[in-house]
Every structure is written in structure tokens, then in C-alpha cells.
Design a protein around this ligand. Sequence first.
Ligand SMILES: [Zn+2]
Length: 137
Amino acid sequence: MITERPMPLPDDATTEFWQACQKHELRMQRCASCKEFRWPPRPMCGACQSFDSEWIQVSGRGTIYSYVIAHAPMLPAFAPRAPFPIILVALDEDPAMRMIGNLIGDMREGLQIGAKVTVAFEEVGEVTLPQWKIVGA
Ligand SMILES: [Zn+2]
């Protein structure tokens, strides 16, 4: 049974993303050939099949595309937090680029589809996680 909060394990495709998070920067992988964003990061562009990539700092702003409230978490490590929202954020730079994340703060304050959010970084041990907070909450 997993009792500790699971943490991301950076690999060749995601190391740059996690290093940027440590600097409180949201950087997304983009194809260096056709400029399509690639999320999640991966070696090859799905649009043009190029293996060339670049990392672009994005605004960290987006819109809640969807969400769920976790009442009975799958992992015991999250039980003390329940109930908590898990949101799907469409990033301003490309609404097709959607990140799953946690919402920081009181979830009753403006949680709804279409709400504007901004990234907020949380230090958890040696990892910095991108989280989200509702703009104006
Ligand atoms: Zn491409």
C-alpha cells in the first residue's frame, strides 16, 4: 500500500519542465519546427513528426476546463485532504494544452468551469509542484 504522497519522477522528456518549476517558471515543450506545444512533453511532435524541441516560458494563466471533487481518494496519502478538487486547466497560450492539477485555497471560492486560474508553485520536499489558484480568490 502506498502511504506517502507520490511525487513525479523526471525523465529525459520532463527534466526541463521540473527544473523550471524549481525556479517557479512554467515552461512548456514546443516543437522547434512547427511551433505546436507538446503536452505532456515527448520526444516527437505529433503534428509534424519533428524531433526538434524548445522550451517556452508561458504565462501560467488559464481557465478551468473541467474539475472533479475527490471525496474518496485512491491513495491513503490524500485522505486527510478529502474532499478536494482536481482541476483540468486549459492554458491561455493554447487552450488545447490542458494540465491536471490541484487547486490551492478554499474550493468554495469561485470553483466553476470557466474560472480563471493562475499557477502557484508548492515546494514539497525537493520537488516543486505547479498548483493552481483562482484569480481573485
Ligand atoms: Zn511539429
